[in-house]
Design a binder for this molecule. Structure first.
Ligand code: PAF
Length: 282
């Protein structure tokens, strides 16, 4: 397994392998790898000769300096974990300068309104940062396929839009959410949960499942109000938003239609740690 920190070196290596006909999958990450990431890597390996895993905590997608500072950084452990998976993995762990050349600023993107819903309302500029880094990484890695988890469903939709609008020749593949046995969606942020919050956090998925049941017979408004009441009664978890949205536009549902597909989205705080999750409703 090879580890690169410079973009020129990894680009040259990838180009030489591509010239010999090899294909590349790509799993962009911010590190602190868990089983969810590894499942993306394994999927990439089943479709490609090599998989590139980038490990980069991207400063331009954080709207909160403290969150950026506290984000777990565990490169040695991440590399050791990837070594147990396959030799056909290339790790790209760049510095901020290798990516941004001394100008770590997000570019502005138009994602046809997807960027203004949910996460976009609570994390100002987040999707400009995501668009900037994902586009940059695609230019460096030039993968055949790129794998993104559905836990960040809005991010996945935005990356698909980025690729479509900028005509980037990569196949974007969304992968199912990986959960702990207790239902908690796997996330690098879970590492920072104190024990009592870790124990409480599966409430998020339990509530999503109950909301799905209720959505069979109740309106989106009724289900949303019910979820808000459940969180209001909870001692440890603080709801930021719960939204039932159309999967195409990500806009909140006003009136249910049999021809549309909906998903429930939630963001909640466990102490100072922000957790997100979502579930397909129909
Ligand atoms: O989902 C993430 O970990 C990040 O948003 C990504 C896609 C690696 C970009 O920094």
């Amino acid at each position: 397994m090879k580890v690169f920190s410079g973009r020129i070196k990894i680009k040259n290596y990838i180009n030489s392998k591509k010239d010999s006909g090899f294909t590349f999958g790509f799993v962009p990450t911010m590190g602190a790898l868990h089983k969810g990431h590894l499942s993306l890597v394994e999927k990439g390996l089943s479709n490609n000769d090599y998989v590139v895993v980038s490990v980069f905590v991207n400063p331009t997608q954080f709207d909160n300096a403290e969150d950026l500072k506290k984000y777990p950084r565990t490169l040695d452990r991440d590399v050791a974990l990837l070594k147990t998976v396959s030799d056909a993995i290339l790790v790209y762990a760049p510095s901020v300068d290798d990516i941004y050349d001394g100008n770590a600023k997000a570019k502005h993107f138009d994602f046809d309104g997807l960027e203004f819903e949910m996460e976009g309302q609570f994390r100002k500029g987040h999707f400009d940062g995501v668009g900037t880094i994902v586009k940059r990484l695609f230019e460096i890695v030039t993968p055949n396929d790129a794998y993104f988890g559905e836990k960040d469903f809005q991010q996945l939709a935005i990356v698909k839009k980025l690729v479509q609008k900028h005509e980037i020749p990569v196949n974007v593949i969304g992968c199912k959410i990986h959960r702990e046995a207790n239902g908690l969606a796997m996330s690098s942020r879970n590492e920072r949960l104190k024990p009592e919050y870790k124990k409480a956090a599966p409430f998020i998925y339990e509530t999503l499942k109950a909301a799905k049941m209720k959505f069979g017979t109740k309106s989106a408004k009724e289900v949303t109000e019910w979820v808000e009441r459940q969180f209001a009664k909870h001692d440890l978890l603080k709801l930021e938003y719960f939204t039932i949205a159309d999967v195409e536009t990500l806009k909140p549902v006003k009136r249910k239609s049999k021809t549309k597909t909906y998903r429930a989205f939630v963001a909640a705080y466990a102490d100072d740690i922000r957790l997100i999750d979502n579930l397909a409703l129909n």
